[in-house]
Design a protein around this ligand. Structure first.
Ligand SMILES: [Zn+2]
Length: 241
């Protein structure tokens, strides 16, 4: 790896595991788009289909179906290779041992070089809201699966015995929405792609023009509406030897 974080010399396999459709784009869509354009291979695993993210005019089943489509469309814009859903119930995510096994299975099967998830310790968002409990549960279960379970033969040995899935520890984990970032990336040059991808989540964004205005206003404090600068932040964990 070069000194600059996120610029690797060889193509990396990147597995993004988050709670809901739209989380990858909201949390780190510009960075993912940049990585895809640099030749890295990105795969999404989403734990729920976000079936409670609607009002009374749509059933959870209908919403689940449309959110699958919206997420695939957004992923196409980002440049993602594949999107998979576990379709667990939205809003009720808990970091159980069963779910940890499921994540270990995904890590051992995909063998990512880079694992991306979110920070389970973020309780309050920077814009004054409670971070969704599913985001916290997803971050917790993914980190618990990544270390020490995924790389240790004594954790979930049935996955080795029955499915031939050998232990694998992702060399790097990038934790998005970090309480304490260790990496701040200027993503201004690719930010429009993030916005374009986010606008595919039609069931979630309300009026597209107002949404765009809101997103455009989320520039850094040291920039202006006329000359905005945008950032994405991570806490990077390294398991490289
Ligand atoms: Zn979410």
């Amino acid at each position: 790896m070069t000194d600059q974080p996120g610029t690797w010399e060889t193509p990396q396999k990147i597995l993004v595991i988050l709670a809901h459709p739209d989380d990858p784009e909201f949390f780190c869509g510009a960075t993912l788009a940049r990585w895809a354009r640099a030749g890295h291979k990105i795969h999404y695993l989403l734990l729920t289909c976000g079936d409670k993210g609607g009002g009374i005019d749509i059933t959870p089943e209908q919403l689940c179906t449309s959110r699958h489509i919206e997420q695939q469309n957004a992923a196409n814009i980002i440049g993602v290779q594949s999107v998979r859903f576990l379709d667990m119930e939205d809003g009720y995510l808990i970091p159980t041992l069963d779910l940890r096994r499921e994540i270990v299975r995904a890590i051992r099967r995909e063998k990512p070089d880079i694992l991306v998830t979110c920070d389970p310790t973020l309780l309050y968002t920077w814009f004054g809201k409670v971070n969704h409990p599913d985001h916290r549960a997803a971050g917790q279960v993914v980190l618990d699966a990544a270390f020490p379970a995924a790389g240790n033969v004594h954790f979930f040995p049935e996955l080795i015995k029955n499915e031939g899935l050998q232990p694998h520890t992702p060399p790097e984990i990038w934790v998005s929405l970090p309480v304490e970032p260790t990496i701040v990336l200027d993503i201004t040059d690719i930010w429009e792609i993030k916005l374009q991808a986010l606008k595919e989540h039609k069931s979630q964004i309300g009026d597209p023009d107002k949404f765009e205005e809101r997103m455009r206003s989320r520039h850094t404090d040291d920039s202006t509406n006329e000359n905005p600068r945008y950032e994405e932040k991570f806490r990077r964990l390294s398991f490289r030897q």
